[in-house]
Design a protein around this ligand. Structure first.
Ligand code: MLT
Length: 232
C-alpha cells in the first residue's frame, strides 16, 4: 500500500498500531515508564523471561508479570500498576510477561511498523500522536481470546477523540467500540476481568486504571535491538 506518498513494506497493513490492555498490562507499562523505568522488555512466555533474566544477570533488571493475575514464582514484581513506584523502578529495565497484554504488543509489531501503548491514564497524549496517522489499528488485548469490556471502552474513547480531530472511516469493530463509549461516556469497569481482579484483592488497581489523563507520557514500541517499550 501507498499512504501519503510513502510506500509501506508489504507485510505492514497499518501505519501505526495502538495496543490496549486496560486491566492491567498497558496501565502498568504506562505507570512504570512514567515513574522512571528505563524500558520494558516484553516476553510471551514465563520461561523466556526467566532465561533472559538469568542470561543477563544484571542488577538493574527486574522480572515482572502475572499469570491468572498473580505474580509467578521467582518474579520480583507482579502486574499491579501500584507496585511500580519510582522507588522501585527508577532507571530499571523491566522484563514483563503477562497473559494477554505483552502478547498483544508483540503481535502489533507484525501488522505495523510503529506501535504505541495506551491506557485511560495516558489517553490524550497518545491520541495526539495517533492523529498524525490515517491508517490506525487499535489492538485490544482482550481476555484469553475473548472481548474485554474495558479495552473496548478505551478503544471507543480513542476513536471519539480521533474523530474530533479529523475524519476516519471506521471498521465494524471500531463502530461497535465507538458506539459503546458514546453510550457510556465514562469508564464502566464492571467486566469479567475487573470482577476477577476484585476477587483477587486488586480493587485498588481497578480504581486506579480508570483515571483519565493522570499521566501525559507517550509510550512507544522500539523494534531494535529487541522489541522494547520506551517513553517517547
Ligand atoms: C494481561 O496481560 O492479561 C493482564 O494484564 C492480566 C492482569 O490483569 O494482570
Amino acid at each position: 500500500k501507498e499512504l501519503n506518498g510513502e510506500v509501506l513494506p508489504p507485510n505492514f497493513l497499518f501505519e501505526v498500531s495502538v495496543v490496549i490492555d486496560v486491566l492491567r498490562a498497558t496501565s502498568t507499562i504506562v505507570t512504570a515508564l512514567n515513574n522512571g523505568a528505563k524500558e520494558i522488555i516484553p516476553f510471551e512466555e514465563i520461561k523466556e523471561a526467566l532465561e533472559f533474566k538469568n542470561k543477563i544477570n544484571e542488577r538493574n533488571l527486574l522480572l515482572c508479570g502475572e499469570r491468572g493475575g498473580i505474580k509467578p514464582e521467582g518474579f520480583e514484581l507482579g502486574n499491579s500498576p501500584l507496585e511500580f513506584t519510582s522507588e522501585i523502578v527508577k532507571d530499571k529495565s523491566l522484563i514483563l510477561t503477562t497473559t494477554n497484554g505483552t502478547r498483544a504488543f508483540l503481535k502489533a509489531f507484525k501488522i505495523s511498523n510503529k506501535v504505541y501503548i495506551a491506557s485511560f491514564l495516558n489517553v490524550s497524549s497518545t491520541v495526539e500522536i495517533l492523529s498524525k496517522y490515517n491508517n490506525i489499528a487499535i489492538v485490544c488485548a482482550g481476555n484469553n481470546g475473548s472481548v474485554s469490556y474495558e479495552d473496548t471502552q478505551l478503544a471507543g474513547f480513542i476513536i471519539e477523540k480521533l474523530l474530533s480531530k479529523k475524519d476516519y472511516s471506521l471498521s465494524d469493530s471500531a463502530k461497535i467500540a465507538y458506539n459503546l463509549w458514546k453510550s457510556l461516556k465514562k469508564p464502566d469497569f464492571t467486566g469479567e476481568h475487573a470482577k476477577k481482579l476484585i476477587e483477587l484483592g486488586f480493587q485498588k488497581d481497578v480504581d486506579y486504571c480508570q483515571n483519565i489523563d493522570k499521566i501525559s507520557i507517550v509510550c512507544e514500541g522500539i523494534r531494535q535491538p529487541q522489541n522494547l517499550l520506551k517513553v517517547k
